[in-house]
Design a protein. Structure first.
Length: 239
């Protein structure tokens, strides 16, 4: 029952015209934590933003504002990339990221984006191949930030080197690679990451949780629809 209720909540939320990313991200993983009050985690995000806001207000220029967010999250509050257990599913659950202060590139990016939104800094997710990033508006350009590496600012050379590392040595830094990701694309990538983790461990029920939500986000994707139908048959056979 709880699984169907959390799916219904997720579906209702993301089908709104302008849903909040943090609300939707907190619902990812709700299948494991039906008792959690997710609004308490939104309050926690508010409290972090209140701590960041004075530093952002004192900053002069976009680079300084981006640094103020990074310094608070990673240097002062201690959020960090989980390099010792990267494929722990909890790294993809925003509630666990807030509790444990560790995550992966995309979940730490969602944290950064939500703090930036609350303090009035324009920041966007970047669906970079193999390593999610954030870009922050700095006057007439974008500053690219890697939350997994403590909010480090990336130069064009850094971006090109990262692209070659995560794809192939002959990859070219095309504008499409560093374009803004929509909220739906961010959520889909979080779920695809989880699908890989659960699939690797043969966890069919949780794989089904993930695919049901991917189907909500991408209802016209025939591959997801096919995989979801097949997985439902497999899970039904176990029951």
């Amino acid at each position: 029952m709880e699984g169907s209720q959390s799916l219904a909540r997720f579906t209702s939320l993301v089908n709104r015209e302008d849903f909040q990313l943090d609300q939707a991200a907190l619902l990812i993983g709700a299948w494991d934590y039906p008792e959690r009050d997710l609004e308490l985690y939104r309050t926690q995000l508010d409290e972090i933003a209140q701590r960041v806001a004075p530093e952002v207000a004192r900053a002069t220029g976009g680079i300084a504002r981006a640094s103020a967010i990074s310094d608070c999250l990673f240097a002062h509050l201690g959020f960090a990339g989980n390099t010792s257990d990267y494929y722990d599913p909890r790294n993809s659950f925003l509630s666990d990221v807030l509790d444990r202060k560790i995550g992966i590139p995309i979940s730490l990016s969602v944290l950064y984006l939500e703090i930036a939104r609350r303090v009035g800094v324009l920041a966007q997710g970047v669906n970079f191949p193999g390593h999610f990033l954030v870009r922050v508006a700095i006057e007439d350009a974008w500053l690219f930030v890697d939350p997994f590496s403590g909010g480090r600012a990336l130069t064009p050379g850094d971006l090109e080197a990262l692209l070659k590392k995560t794809t192939s040595p002959d990859a070219v830094l095309d504008p499409s690679v560093i374009a803004a990701a929509s909220k739906r694309q961010i959520l889909s990538r979080m779920l695809v990451n989880l699908a890989g983790i659960y699939g690797r461990h043969g966890d069919l029920p949780r794989s089904l949780d993930v695919l049901e939500r991917l189907a909500v986000l991408e209802p016209a994707n025939p591959r997801i629809a096919r995989d979801l139908s097949q997985l439902r048959d497999r899970v039904d056979a176990l029951n």
